[in-house]
Design a protein around this ligand. Sequence first.
Ligand code: VNL
Length: 390
Amino acid sequence: MHKRIFLNTLAVAVLGAGVATGALAQDKFKIGLILPMSGQQASTGRQIEAAVRLFMAQNGDTVAGKKVEVIIKDDAATPDVSRRFAQELVVNEKVNVLAGFGVTPAALAAAPIATQSKTPLVVMAAATSSITEASPYIVRTSFTLPQASVALADWAPKNGLKKVVTLVSDYGPGIDAEKFFKDRLLFNGGQIADSLRVPLRNPDFAPFLQKVRDIKPDALFVFVPSGAGAAVMKQFLERGMDKAGIKLIGTGDVTDDDQLNDMGDGALGVVTSHHYSAYHPSATNKKFVDAFQKANKGMRPNFMAVGGYDGMRVIYEALKATKGQGGGDALLAAMKGQIFESPRGPMFIDAQTRDVVHNIYLRKVERKDGQLHNVEFDVIKDVKDPGKAK
Ligand code: VNL
């Protein structure tokens, strides 16, 4: 008897709570942001979180009558955890959009959940070409490694760097970088003397660099994920590889703006190709960098921050375009084809591939106003992901 009453009361209480959350949920627009806030990729989480907060401070947290709420989950770049958080965010929190994803395995692990629940998933960091093919609900605002690598393979042989060794992190983006750099360099008459792959977790570059020293190529092409560049640079210089006449080149991940200024003069002259430099000379970028630094104790935004900032823009614009009434499919449709000026330069979301199209810049590390910067000296405009041009 008592039990019965208790159960009834409970049922009413639960029902009441359900109605209350239902009403609230209608006024809310929830973004589930899955990021590596701890572990080896923590700088990526820190940069993206800061950019998301800046975007919201600048653009308000009410859009099309909805209160935008961001729920951050730290997956430590561990795919099982990313997947579990994606599931929880969709089922329990009823998020409207999933976003973030610091590394490729995290994005791939969450992709089936986006598909099953018809929830748009905005990749703000991960950069393996195939990610957008893992779910029709994925939209990317970061970049792809084929985009970044091909430009450098065109530049290198024209600048006396014909014999090259590649050194990449042994997973998706590294394998993309290796393949697309190699194919293009060979096409341009260059030569790959060796292709080395280092483990993603706790890499020790020393034995690989020793091997490169022995081969003595014109250049060493490197891809390591954001946050690992400073270690490569340090060990490269410690071994006197620059003095031995080996030039360090790579995608811009290696001269990451998050670390570059602390790399020292040894980094001067390193040539990389990428879509974003904090030194990009546009009014939009200057405004972005100033505001970002002001809000974050002087921290310089890197390409991860820009991926997060632009990702928020794509989400906000989709919310506006659907007047706050859109489900997953409507939001996704409103994300496709968006075109705007990013701090990186012009960019758009290719409606067919849902991938980012943007300029790729060739840059050289120089000292400017007392600080080390990636200074752009050439541009290839509107680069689509070569990984999809089959
Ligand atoms: C990835 C690609 C991650 C490029 C990165 O840094 C990066 C990825 C964390 O796709 O896992 O710089």
